[in-house]
Design a protein around this ligand. Structure first.
Ligand code: KG4
Ligand code: ZN
Length: 351
């Protein structure tokens, strides 16, 4: 770590290619000037999930135009005008991460800019700090704070004692919550990604089917969603879906959504009992689910804890603005890459 103090205002161009979104953002301090997200979801849909090498190919195709677009939206002419580059090094899909990491390295070397490497989950955790020029001011962390990060790859409860000082209190032992949404939607032949589809269906249904709440009686703060997935598989095994009315799908989606929310809030209650913090920060694609979000908010309120989400739902799902904001706080600590040539993607990176 070099002790290079960042100046203010500080311009960062950040890249995230951790999964199936090619994203490039430009921030001035913690203000978002541009947040370009080129989604590949239409290319992966026919395979029912993200295909790593297809993701790599699409990242290679999209990254150049996404950088140009982000610079243009931020009213910048060249990368020369930014102070630093930042990139997600992990966790994520190795072939996908590789594109962003190589691009950021090459640009940092070409333009002689410092480089900041970011953990994708830190980006989700800090996403609520982002501000924008339309009057969205973000929030300030009053440490210690809790983070509940619920995405397609992770389900984590994190205690943050300061910027860069994170402790994972609990995480999934198998599937992530978003992954469970996607797999259950696949069982019902509903398409990919399953989260938004099931969420829409659940709005029209009632949670009348009895599915097990994952790890309901198990102590601790870890999550597990593979048992719920298996329970859904058994439940649906003897059912001829072609004979079922749409209302069956709606009610099943509502029942599934209900138990996922229960699994999250049981752990959240435990965490808040043990760590009675003032603020809870949410991140990850599954938080787009308004029912789950409301249940979390309600639970936190019972503990007099405020719940925060980013100023736009776009920043809950994968995006580079959250990476750029995390990089700004890292730059303030003077934490830059020492030897740019030596960095590599870290697909299994932990907090
Ligand atoms: O955070 P994210 O964009 O990417 C990862 O880092 O994984 O999360 C993607 C996940 C997918 O599993 C997707 O199905 C889920 O978030 N998701 C949702 C909703 N929108 C996206 N899950 C539940 N309800 C939603 N509305
Ligand atoms: Zn993510």
């Amino acid at each position: 770590m070099t002790m290079r103090k960042s100046k203010s205002p500080y311009l960062i161009l950040a890249i995230d290619t951790s999964c199936d979104e090619t994203s490039v953002a430009v921030t001035r301090d913690d203000w978002v000037l541009a947040n370009v997200v080129a989604s590949q979801v239409n290319f992966h849909r026919e395979y029912g999930g993200v295909v790593p090498n297809l993701a790599k190919r699409k990242h290679l195709e999209f990254i150049g135009p996404a950088i140009k677009e982000a610079l243009w939206r931020a009213h910048l002419k060249s990368i020369d005008q930014v102070d630093s580059l930042a990139v997600t090094v992990g966790p994520g899909l190795a072939p996908a991460l590789e594109v962003g990491v190589k691009t950021a390295k090459n640009l940092a070397l070409k333009y002689k800019k410092p480089l900041i490497t970011i953990n994708h989950m830190e980006g989700h955790l800090l996403s609520s700090l982002a501000k924008n020029s339309q009057g969205n001011r973000g929030v300030k962390f009053q440490f210690p704070v809790l983070g509940l990060l619920v995405s397609g790859g992770h389900t984590q409860l994190v205690l943050a004692n300061g910027f860069g000082d994170y402790l994972i209190l609990g995480e999934t032992r198998d599937d992530a919550a978003g992954e469970a949404f996607d797999k259950v939607a696949k069982m019902l032949d509903l398409g990919y990604p399953g989260g938004p589809i099931l969420t829409e269906m659940a709005k029209k249904g009632k949670p009348k089917y009895d599915l097990p709440v994952p790890m309901e009686k198990k102590p601790g703060l870890d999550f597990s969603f593979s048992g719920l997935k298996t329970a859904c598989l058994y439940f649906l095994k003897d059912i001829d879906l072609s004979k079922k009315p749409r209302q069956f799908y709606y009610d099943f989606a509502a029942s599934f959504q209900y138990v996922v929310a229960q699994a999250l809030i049981i752990r959240l209650q435990r965490a808040l009992k043990k760590y009675p913090v003032k603020q809870l920060f949410l991140g990850g694609g599954v938080i787009n689910n308004v029912y789950i979000r409301q249940q979390i908010r309600k639970t936190a309120k019972e503990f007099k804890t405020e719940t925060h989400i980013p100023y736009t739902d776009k920043m809950l799902s994968d995006n580079a603005a959250m990476i750029s904001v995390a990089a700004y706080y890292q730059a303030k600590r003077g934490d830059f890459v020492k030897d740019i040539k030596s960095i590599d993607r870290l697909p299994g990176l932990c907090f």
